[in-house]
Design a protein around this ligand. Structure first.
Ligand SMILES: [Zn+2]
Length: 53
């Protein structure tokens, strides 16, 4: 299944919501409206890295 990631354009005069594929995580995409480069955040792990030994 191909999920999409929703990111909001950081350009205050744009703020367009962009849907990018999961495969774009960690990469930089360009807003189609204002062409601002936006970095797609990495996937957030469901549980924090708890190192209990
Ligand atoms: Zn934009």
């Amino acid at each position: 299944m191909s999920q999409t990631v929703r990111i909001i354009c950081p350009n205050l005069s744009c703020k367009k919501v962009l849907a990018v594929p999961e495969s774009a995580r960690g990469k930089t995409v360009r807003c189609k409206a204002c062409h601002t480069a936006i970095r797609v955040p990495e996937a957030q792990s469901p549980q924090p890295a708890s190192d209990s030994k």
